[in-house]
Design a protein around this ligand. Structure first.
Ligand SMILES: Cc1ncc(COP(=O)(O)O)c(C=O)c1O
Length: 413
């Protein structure tokens, strides 16, 4: 078998899937051609263990400039001054950024308060199957059973009782605004370091359509490939007092040589995030999520918390009598890509949870607007209402192709 040919063929098929399909996975997006080019550039050949000006290998003259630009732009995105804040742009992923933060400022076994995975938190926020839950003593807060909103009074009560060394706010499946200011007050009262993991909502924050965690959080972590629409990577911003610990935790603590091709791609992503074009996409992402929510509610779908303030929605499919996994599988056959998700207080198992998570970043980057969201809701409903009907799914798939053809990826990247 000619493997080069095979891999090329598979890449082309995947590009076709991304073009043909409706990507409604809340954590996915399309990055730009310049970001793709930087990721695939010969920067990948270089070893640059260490930090700009303090490398363990020679030949980093150009690499240092790239990394410094990325650090500078990371701060610029959030209007931060480098006398107060420090950016580390080396984390390979959101998970390694979070691990570096825990290991950098805490000791294994220390107590951390974070959002429960089952209520919208992330695996790295203390799930027992993740390094975080194995290495640290996590206690969790969740949402109110009636409203499905974070109950800040309850968070404060737990924080004052448990006295954690760190509080983590930020989520992976929470459709509502996060009140970082309130978390800041709770952290101060309980004497904890506040970490905001803004992986999902970083793009919305940079565009000013979601409140910022600065200056309330002491440390902010984020991925760069979700609403930010950049390369598959991450960064950390911390108060300058914590810079040494965070830098040491990333290198030599956790990682070896940084991926400078990815760091160049992050610089380009951050630069784009400062433009008006980016702001328009983020604004539209929220408008699209609201429109999709309205259209689904009209079709009798139950939304966790009754709607959305951000880029994602969580459907509770119990009234439809199908689970999230069955729904995601059925939609996939119609080229509609979503993910099964736990809902708060889910009586079902994590393998067949009751919820379906939908997000609008990718469709918004493609240029879709409210009018298209109505069609998307219609298509989702058609497939789910006729669960098991191959004929209807086939028809829906044709309609998906007709719709996505009008929004070619070549116009995005
Ligand atoms: C809130 C949050 N933090 C961290 C991560 C981990 O990011 P990665 O997949 O890059 O490790 C995710 C990814 O889903 C996330 O949603």
């Amino acid at each position: 078998m000619n493997l080069s040919k095979k891999i090329k063929e598979l890449i082309n098929l995947e590009v076709d899937r991304q073009q043909r399909g409706l990507i409604l996975i809340a954590s996915e997006n399309y990055c730009s051609a310049e970001v793709l080019a930087a990721m695939g550039s010969p920067l990948s050949n270089k070893y640059s263990e260490g930090y700009p000006g303090k490398r363990y290998y020679s030949g980093n003259e150009h690499i240092d400039q790239i990394e410094r630009l990325a650090q500078q732009l990371a701060l610029e995105m959030f209007n931060l001054k480098d006398k107060d804040w420090h950016a580390n742009v080396q984390p390979h992923s959101g998970s390694s950024a979070n691990l570096a933060v825990y290991l950098g400022v805490l000791k294994p076994g220390d107590k951390i308060l974070a959002m429960d995975l089952a209520h919208g938190g992330h695996l790295t926020h203390g799930s027992p199957v993740n390094f975080s839950g194995k290495l640290f003593n996590f206690v969790h807060y969740g949402v109110d059973p009636k409203t499905n909103l974070i109950d800040y009074k309850a968070v404060e009560k737990i924080a004052l009782k448990e006295k954690p060394k760190m509080i983590v706010c930020g989520a992976t499946a929470y459709p509502r605004t996060i009140d970082f200011k309130k978390f800041g007050v709770i952290a101060k009262k309980s004497g904890a370091i506040l970490v905001a993991d803004i992986s999902h909502i970083a793009g919305l924050i940079v565009a000013g359509v979601h409140p910022s965690p600065f200056p309330y959080a002491d440390i902010v972590t984020s991925t760069t490939h979700k609403t930010l629409g950049g390369p598959r990577s991450a960064f950390i911003i911390c108060r300058t007092e914590l810079a040494k610990e965070i830098d040491k935790a990333i290198f030599p603590g956790l990682q070896g040589g940084p991926l400078e091709n990815m760091i160049a791609a992050k610089a380009l992503c951050f630069n784009h995030a400062l433009t008006n074009d980016f702001k328009k996409i983020q604004t539209q992402t929220i408008k699209n999520a609201r429109a999709l929510a309205t259209e689904l509610i009209k079709r009798n779908y139950n939304l966790v918390s009754g709607g959305t303030d951000n880029h994602l929605l969580l459907l509770d499919l119990r009234p439809q009598k199908i689970n999230g996994k069955q729904a995601a599988d059925a939609l996939e056959t119609a080229d509609i890509f979503t993910n099964a998700n736990m809902i708060p207080f889910d009586p079902a198992s994590p393998f067949a949870p009751s919820g379906l998570r939908l997000g609008t970043p990718a469709l918004s980057t493609r240029g879709m607007k409210e009018k298209e969201m109505k069609l998307v809701a219609e298509l989702i409903d058609k497939v789910l209402r006729n669960f098991g009907s191959t004929r209807i799914t086939k028809k829906a798939k044709q309609e998906v192709t007709q719709l996505t053809k009008k929004f070619p990826l070549s116009a995005v990247r």
